[in-house]
Design a protein around this ligand. Structure first.
Ligand SMILES: NC(=O)c1ccc[n+]([C@@H]2O[C@H](COP(=O)([O-])OP(=O)(O)OC[C@H]3O[C@@H](n4cnc5c(N)ncnc54)[C@H](OP(=O)(O)O)[C@@H]3O)[C@@H](O)[C@H]2O)c1
Length: 278
């Protein structure tokens, strides 16, 4: 039985591959550039582009289960190609905010395409990735500082390895068909606390410098971030700084419940990625 992992070279996908290899499964890994994949020995690396579903046909030969990196616009055609090839279970990498994005390229488009296929499906909806803060690496490297608005905003960062552990579990085990698992890390933390945790991991003091939101908004848009995205995320942070949510225990409980292991803390994530901040 072969499991196809799309997005296999990604933050989450690499861990999905590793989990499946560790448990003795036959893994085929999809990437647009096989020569650069650098995946473990024993993994069959194949080329294909999720925006061009027919390009996956050769990769789907003999595949029973599939981890699907979300590409909304072509999801429906891709699922048709997969079903025709004999795939019977698809695990979707989605997102905790799936319900807020109904666009043709959003997570819901992928989820619905898979649900409508009649195949076994499970949606893995992670909250914010701790890895988003790799954005801070340049300023931490250069000046041991993070400059941001809303230092008091609270998020519940999720370790990519935990997202992958849940995805691998539901690929391997039966009993998860038709389920949507929304998950996050074990603790809600302010941005300032997360900056300090990275400082601890690299053995240095990292300062947090609070930026004026209006100035930060103009800077982000100037740096090429879409205005709609900046307004959305700044509004979320502003609300959270004003009224910080406690840890969402339901989301925090998914990793231990499904994998039998505690969810990784942000401190653990920072230690795992310390080299990228040095
Ligand atoms: N950031 C967050 O807070 C957050 C929260 C919830 C959900 N998510 C979801 O998680 C995703 C990121 O996952 P990740 O961190 O594992 O990925 P990632 O590190 O951003 O890597 C992207 C992966 O997708 C593959 N890929 C992208 N476009 C492709 C295409 N057209 N055809 C084939 N492969 C393609 C890439 O493969 P190659 O380049 O090798 O072809 C690579 O393996 C986001 O895109 C989002 O959907 C993110």
């Amino acid at each position: 039985m072969t499991i196809l992992v799309t997005g296999a070279t990604g933050m989450v996908g690499r861990h999905v591959v590793a989990e499946l290899v560790k448990t003795g499964h036959r893994v085929r890994a999809l990437t647009r550039t096989p020569s650069a994949a650098s995946l473990p020995d024993g993994v069959e690396v194949v080329g294909g582009d999720l925006t061009d579903p027919p390009s996956l046909e050769p990769s789907l030969n003999g595949v029973e289960k599939m981890y699907l990196f979300p590409v909304g616009r072509t999801a429906r055609e891709l699922v048709t190609v997969a079903k025709r090839a004999g795939v019977r279970r698809i695990v979707v990498l989605s997102g905790a905010l799936a319900d807020t994005d109904d666009s043709e390229d959003g997570y819901l488009a992928v989820e619905r395409a898979v649900e409508d296929s009649g195949l076994e499906w499970t949606h893995v909806r992670p909250g914010e990735f701790a890895a988003n803060w790799l954005d801070w690496a340049p300023s931490i490297k250069e000046g041991r500082v993070v400059r941001r608005p809303y230092g008091a905003a609270v998020t519940q960062p999720t370790h990519e390895a935990d997202v992958a552990a849940v995805a691998a579990t539901v690929l391997i085990e039966d009993g998860h068909a038709g389920r949507t698992y929304t998950l996050a890390g074990p603790e809600a933390l302010t941005t300032v606390a997360q900056v300090h945790a990275i400082g601890t991991a690299i053995g240095a003091t990292v300062r947090f410098e609070e930026l004026d939101p209006a100035a930060a908004r103009a800077e982000w848009i100037g740096n090429g971030y879409p205005e709609k995205f900046v307004d959305w995320i700044f509004t979320m942070w502003a609300e959270s700084a004003r009224d910080p949510a406690p840890t969402n225990q339901e989301w925090a409980g998914i990793v231990p419940r499904l994998t039998g292991r505690p969810a990784r803390t942000f401190a653990q994530w920072a230690t795992d990625h310390a080299a990228e901040f040095l």
